[in-house]
Design a protein around this ligand. Structure first.
Ligand code: XMP
Ligand code: MG
Length: 211
């Protein structure tokens, strides 16, 4: 494995410059989002579609927070990876899915994302659902919105928190596949990636095929 952090850093926690949202900050905001979604989707039998991998932790907390749970709610996942040259995503987003068009057509889809950054990923998924799956509607629930970095003008309907223009990890978000399991969201210390000679831009994390 790649050596991360400083010599004295023994755990992932030592690699954090600061914590932006604690586990309890996340839990209380997600319970608000869940109640709002439950009210908006009453009687609509929504399909909650997670964008893997980054959203897995937010997804599992959010679906449990959609209370009272609308009858007919079902769950599925789609995998998206962006391939970039250098530090910016090119918008060449690859989707991997075994969704059956006949099961998705006519459904009210709630996309669940960890973070909307340039918005290239989420708008590619939305285009696919609208153009190839004939969904009835699609909205996005994203835990974080890093809107300063938009390349495409896009406003997600449900946002947990506005994210500063810094590289964040934890609660599903990774750098080079690490840090996903930590229960809070923090800013990674620059010295944790300086030795790789790169900036941890989304295009880089996408090149390893993760999202
Ligand atoms: P966009 O909106 O640029 O987002 O298509 C693509 C993907 O990039 C990842 N991303 C991040 N991952 N910390 C991360 O761990 C970050 O600060 C960050 N910003 C973007 C994320 O997987 C998103 O889906
Ligand atoms: Mg993602």
């Amino acid at each position: 494995p790649l050596k991360k952090g400083t010599a004295e850093a023994r755990t992932y926690h030592d690699d954090m410059k600061c914590i932006l949202w604690t586990a309890s900050d996340l839990a209380s905001r997600i319970s608000e989002l869940g109640r709002q979604i439950a009210a908006d989707y009453e009687g609509k039998a929504p399909l909650v579609l997670g964008v893997l991998k980054g959203s897995f932790m937010f997804y599992s907390d959010l679906v449990r927070a959609i209370e009272p749970c609308p009858r007919g709610l079902t769950m599925d996942f789609i995998r998206a990876s962006s391939y970039g040259s250098g530090t910016e995503s090119t918008g060449d987003v690859k989707l991997k899915t075994d969704l059956k068009k006949e099961k998705v057509a006519g459904r009210h889809v709630i996309l669940v994302e960890d973070i909307v950054d340039t918005a290239l990923t989420i708008t590619t998924v939305i285009r696919y659902l609208q153009e190839e799956c004939d969904v009835a509607s699609v909205r996005t629930a994203t835990l974080l919105d890093k809107h300063e970095r938009r390349v495409i003008n896009y406003k997600p309907e449900y946002v947990g928190f506005t994210c500063p223009n810094e590289f964040v990890v934890g609660y599903g978000l990774d750098f080079d596949e690490e840090y996903r399991s930590i229960p809070y969201i923090g800013v990674l210390k620059p010295e944790c990636y300086a030795h790789l000679g790169i900036k941890p831009e989304p295009a880089e994390s996408g090149e390893s095929g993760d999202e």
